[in-house]
Design a protein around this ligand. Sequence first.
Ligand code: SF4
Length: 226
Amino acid sequence: MQTETINSRPLSEIPKIYRVLSSAYGPMGWWPGETQTEVIIGAILTQSAAWTNVEKAISNLKSRGLLSFEALDKAEIDLLKSLIKPAGYFNQKAKKIKEFVKFAGKEFNFSIRRMEREDISSIREKLLGVFGIGEETADSIILYALNKPVFVVDAYTRRVLERHGIVKGALKEKYLNIQKIFHCSIPSTPENVEVYNEYHALLVNVGKLHCRKKPSCEGCPLKDVF
Ligand code: SF4
């Protein structure tokens, strides 16, 4: 596999970043969610939203017994909109949730077990065909709800790698190329599900604490790594 950015340096830096962040922050315990369905709905609701607001929306859904595919499928869309309002963009997100549960019913008879039987490339392709599911959301569902080894690339991942010269700047590198750097460095095998799980959460953590739009490198665990 060949991309402009994959060379020996990034591949060796990827495990190093993981070790440093893991030792600085310890286990992150992601993804918060009591059930796989809750993780999937959370992955949709968290698009462009702070997690604290997503939690309020999930709590509203839970209090109305709406955290199952079947219940969400039957729910009135206006009720859904009002319950998920705290997560923002509620018109769009209600439509996304409705489209997702329709897909889950049609393709998998509302069964997560059936969804889990798909291989990664097949489920990824199917998820990307659902309204409102982009690469980051699809991969979050595959990793955190279905426990399959796929690395989730988000804005923080991109930013940290760009600022350390591992990928091109100015948002030019494609999602899949960045993902390949991780998959080549830490193989996409069932044994590495936990590492992928932790690694993404650690990058989000360092992004929130330090690698914001304006970086705050002082005190950042990655400051002296490169
Ligand atoms: S805050 Fe600075 S040291 Fe930390 S990841 Fe960002 S650029 Fe690197």
